[in-house]
Design a protein around this ligand. Structure first.
Ligand SMILES: Cc1cc2nc3c(=O)[nH]c(=O)nc-3n(C[C@H](O)[C@H](O)[C@H](O)COP(=O)(O)O)c2cc1C
Length: 141
């Protein structure tokens, strides 16, 4: 059975809700799933999973959260060649620039993204966005 980790950083719970829906989808897709905040594991531990879904909201000025998530992703970056991963996150007022930059970093690292792009949701996931999160988890599984 494929082992999937859904790893996220979230301040007000929106990206966490996305993570839980993605984990639900991966479980429905037949994977063994763990869903956890980024503070709970090392990049080395993350690389032991067959499938990775990484979530972080737009923070700062259209960047990944800088204290925990960006350092974590930066350490992973050199080990993503040939891997397929899902990336996701919630944003507020921007146009998704943080997600485009993140997608570019994944491409430069040699990773492909499930669905071809990151999943960005404005605010709290609801309705169609919830379905998109679940579908992303299923596709990753
Ligand atoms: C310090 C800070 C910086 C933010 N910067 C951006 C930004 O650059 N672009 C944007 O669209 N939203 C920005 N936001 C809004 C968050 O991305 C949005 O509230 C998101 O839903 C938070 O996700 P979370 O509930 O998982 O923490 C910012 C929020 C905070 C608190």
């Amino acid at each position: 059975m494929k082992k999937v980790a859904v790893i996220y950083w979230s301040q007000t719970g929106n990206t966490q809700q996305m993570a839980q829906l993605i984990a639900q989808g991966a479980l429905e897709g037949g994977a063994q799933v763990e869903c956890m905040p980024v503070s709970s594991l090392t990049p080395e531990q993350a690389l032991e999973y067959d499938g990775l879904a990484l979530g972080c909201p737009a923070m700062g000025a259209e960047v990944l959260e800088e204290a925990e998530f960006d350092p974590f992703f930066t350490q992973l970056e050199g080990h993503l060649q040939g891997r397929t991963l899902a990336i996701f996150g919630s944003y507020g007022w921007g146009d998704g620039e943080w997600m485009r930059s993140w997608q570019n970093r994944c491409a430069a690292a040699g990773a492909s993204l499930v669905g071809g792009e990151g999943l960005a949701v404005c605010g709290t996931p609801a309705g169609e966005d919830e379905a998109r999160c679940i579908a992303l988890g299923k596709a990753l599984a």
